[in-house]
Ligand binder design. Sequence first.
Ligand code: SAH
Ligand code: SF4
Length: 385
Amino acid sequence: MTANLLDFDLEGLAAYCASLGEKRFRATQLFRWIHQKGARDFSQMTDLAKSLRDKLQGAAHITGLPVLTQHESADGTIKWLFDVGNGDAVEAVFIPEDDRGTLCISSQAGCAVGCRFCSTGHQGFSRNLTTGEILAQLWFAEHFLRAHLKTNGERVISNVVMMGMGEPLQNYSALVPALRVMLDDHGYGLSRRRVTVSTSGVVPMMDRLGEDVPVALAVSLHAPNDELRDKLVPLNKKYPLAELLDACNRYLAHAPRDFITFEYCMLDGVNDQPEHARQLVELVRHHGGQGVSCKLNLIPFNPFPASGLVRSPQQQVQAFAKILSDAGIVTTVRKTRGDDIDAACGQLAGDVKDRTRVGTRIAQQRTVMLKPLPVEAAPKEARGT
Ligand code: SAH
Ligand code: SF4
């Protein structure tokens, strides 16, 4: 079987090159061609010896994921649906802002955690993505966007958040090399502060991440007590709040930022009452004596019919945010972006599994439906020209 070079971090690629009798600096060149220039064809790599290119031609390939659909929102948000085979698909979303370009990517097809309010959770778990499949989302998006936005080869994506489909810390062995490529100066060169892993609270893996690749961490809290969190995030039964917050404090010793971002999805009448806000203040202020250094990010719930849940009214969100802010906790309310293309958090699976419904849903959306891009039809930029 030939190797897909998107599966390797630089160390892995160096080991692979060594197995072909090639020196390490060749691996670095190859790595830069792939990730910095978006090359997918060895013949483009003009500074590699012809003999090496021929050798690679027979032994390896650089293969991304086929793009099933692409939607561009009026606000510039772009969502892609990638085919991962066997009827499964995953999504990635690009969110442009004045001072940054954020790509939200997926780590699994489906998710085994099964949170009540999450459409990915409702789908169940299909499989882990490989390192190459995680990176293919970034690799494709970066090089597509350079051409699409005509940046003259300038980098577009400055931030990556693992907030698409799946629980990244339940796919740890594929996640870590992918993160390393994002951070590598010969890869995407992103700073550790600008790569965020979001987790529902897989405590042992939070510790390992802190040791292995301490990037920014977001923890999906959603409830201020175990009784409620057990219902919303079933993983809480295994790793309850006290253990989770202890793990957050341990992570802070390694983290690139001096706070953890807590995500809190606002569900009408479920977790959005003033009493919940007060409990939350108590929890993050006083847990274990010293509390947890954190920021709170309140997310408007994106409803989907099977959830049986409703988005909190804006007033309720504001009142909740005020209690937190008044207690000195930095609190933001997430802007909803790409609403017209269902690109917001937790919507990223709604139209994936049941592919037969995709057409109907798309027809209902006020979106531009760009031509689906097969992987082969790389934009010029992505061919490294
Ligand atoms: N599994 C990880 C990362 C993917 S989910 C995690 O749970 O953190 C990314 C974020 O979207 C999480 O904070 C999650 O709680 C939130 N989310 C999921 N479904 C949502 C929905 N329907 N509306 C709003 N946010 C949602
Ligand atoms: Fe999985 Fe995260 Fe969705 Fe929970 S919120 S089901 S952990 S993807």
